[in-house]
Design a protein around this ligand. Structure first.
Ligand SMILES: Cc1ncc(COP(=O)(O)O)c(C=O)c1O
Length: 383
C-alpha cells in the first residue's frame, strides 16, 4: 500500500511544541486527569489484561444512550482515526469509486486511496462559501459506493445543515451510495481534544456495516485499552462540563480573532460556524506555504498552510488553543502581511473597518516580502 505523505501531521509534529504562538491546532486545549477529576484509585486498581473485547459494554451503552441508538449500531474504536479506517474497510472494496470532499482532513482522502479505491474529489469552493454543492454532488455520485465528508468541515468550520443532510440522504439513496460523515467537530471539539489522548472514539451505522467494521477492528487492534476506557467513561459523564470549557476557550479566542478578521484589510474568511477551526483566505497571489514558513521563522507563530488540507491560498487558524498567545500570533500575521500596526490586534473592536488594499498595491508589498506565489496559480485550486 502506498500512503501519500501526511504533510499536515508532519508540519504539526515538527513545530507545534516549539513555537510561541501556536495557532494551528484543530482541537481545544487538553485537560489533565486531575482537572477531569479521575479518582487515582482508577489507576491503581486497573487490571492490565485485555478486558472485555472489543470494548467495555458500559462504554458502548453510554455512547448509544447519547445518540439514542441501539447498541448493535455502535462500535467503540481507537479514536476517530480507527472509526474512519474500519468504516472504509466495512463498506468498500479495491477499485470502488469514492467521492471525498476537498478541503478535508487528509486521511479521509489518503486512506481510501492507499486501500486501492478510486478517489474523486468534491470541491467545496470559496465562491460557494465552502458549502457542499448538492447538484454537482448528485452527478458525481453516479457509480460511487461512498461519499465522505466532515461536519463541521475541517478545516473551514462550515456546517452542513439538517435540511442539506436530508437532501444529501435523498440523493445518496437514489444513487445507491453510502455516506460517511466524520463528526469529529459536531459537538464543538469534544473529540478530538480536549481528551484526544484517550484514543477513544466510536462509529455509528447500520448493523450490517457495524458488524463488518467490528471484524475489521478485531484484526487491526483487537480491542480498547481497559484503563483508557475507564477514564473515557469519566470523561463522558463530564461531557457537559468539557463542552462548556471548550466553548469558553473558543469564545475567548474568537473575541480577539473575529473582530480582527472582520476589519482586516487583506484577509477574508467564511465565518466558522461554532467549531474550533477557521480557514482564512490570503490576498490573491500570496503563497500559503511561504507565508506559514515566514510566520514560523520570523515570529515563532504556527498556522497550517492551506495546501496541506487541499486548497492553496488559505491557512488554517485554530480557535481552541490556550487564548494567551493568540493576540501575539495575530500581530505576527499582520507583520508578515504588512498590514496593521502591531498594537491593533489586541483592540480591534474600537477600530474602524480597514479598507481592502488595492490589489496592485497589495501584490507589490507581497512581492517585496517574498510571499508572492509565482508558479502555483491562484487560491482555490486543489493540490
Ligand atoms: C475530521 C477529523 N477526523 C478524525 C480525526 C482523528 O481524530 P482522533 O484523534 O480521534 O483519531 C481528526 C483529528 O484532528 C479530525 O480532524
Amino acid at each position: 500500500m502506498d500512503f501519500e505523505p501526511f504533510a499536515l501531521y508532519d508540519w504539526l509534529l515538527e513545530h507545534e511544541d516549539h513555537v510561541k504562538h501556536p495557532l494551528a491546532a484543530s482541537g481545544v486545549k487538553s485537560v489533565t486527569l486531575g482537572e477531569l477529576g479521575v479518582d487515582p484509585k482508577v489507576l491503581v486498581e486497573s487490571d492490565l489484561g485485555y478486558g472485555p473485547l472489543p470494548a467495555h459494554p458500559a462504554l458502548r451503552s453510554k455512547v448509544a444512550s447519547i445518540y439514542g441508538f441501539p447498541e448493535e449500531k455502535v462500535l467503540i474504536t481507537l479514536a476517530g482515526s480507527e472509526a474512519d479506517l474500519v468504516s472504509f474497510a466495512a463498506m468498500l472494496k479495491p477499485g470502488d469509486k469514492v467521492v471525498v470532499e476537498n478541503p478535508t482532513y487528509p486521511p479521509l482522502r489518503a486512506v481510501p486511496k492507499a486501500l486501492g479505491m478510486r478517489v474523486v474529489l468534491h470541491e467545496r469552493t470559496w465562491k460557494n462559501k465552502f458549502k457542499l454543492d448538492l447538484a454537482k454532488l448528485d452527478a458525481q455520485l453516479k457509480g460511487a459506493k461512498l461519499f465522505v465528508f466532515t461536519n463541521l468541515n475541517n478545516p473551514t468550520g462550515v456546517s452542513t445543515s439538517p435540511r442539506e443532510l436530508e437532501e444529501l440522504g435523498e440523493i445518496a439513496r437514489r444513487r445507491k451510495c453510502r455516506v460517511l460523515v466524520d463528526e469529529a467537530f459536531r459537538e464543538l471539539a469534544f473529540q478530538p481534544p480536549p481528551v484526544a489522548g484517550l484514543r477513544t472514539g466510536w462509529m455509528l451505522g447500520p448493523e450490517s456495516v457495524v458488524r463488518r467494521a467490528r471484524l475489521a477492528k478485531t484484526y487491526m487492534s483487537i480491542g480498547q485499552a481497559p484503563l483508557e476506557q475507564r477514564i473515557a467513561l469519566v470523561a463522558l459523564e463530564k461531557r457537559s462540563w468539557l463542552l462548556q470549557r471548550a466553548a469558553a476557550l473558543r469564545d475567548q479566542n474568537l473575541s480577539k480573532i473575529k473582530p480582527w478578521m472582520e476589519t482586516h484589510g487583506k484577509l477574508r474568511w467564511v465565518t466558522p460556524e461554532g467549531g474550533p477551526i477557521s480557514y482564512p483566505r490570503l490576498p490573491d497571489g500570496v503563497d500559503d506555504l511561504a507565508f506559514a514558513q515566514r510566520l514560523l521563522r520570523e515570529h515563532s507563530t504556527l498556522v497550517v498552510p492551506g495546501r496541506y488540507q487541499g486548497v492553496r491560498g488559505h491557512f488554517r487558524l485554530g480557535l481552541g488553543a490556550d487564548p494567551a498567545p493568540t493576540p501575539g500570533g495575530l500581530e505576527a500575521i499582520d507583520a508578515v502581511l504588512g498590514t496593521r500596526a502591531s498594537s491593533k490586534a489586541s483592540k480591534p473592536a474600537s477600530k474602524p473597518a480597514a479598507k481592502p488594499a488595492p490589489k496592485a498595491a497589495a501584490a507589490k508589498s507581497m512581492r517585496e516580502d517574498d510571499l508572492l506565489e509565482e508558479h502555483l496559480g491562484t487560491p482555490g485550486g486543489d493540490v
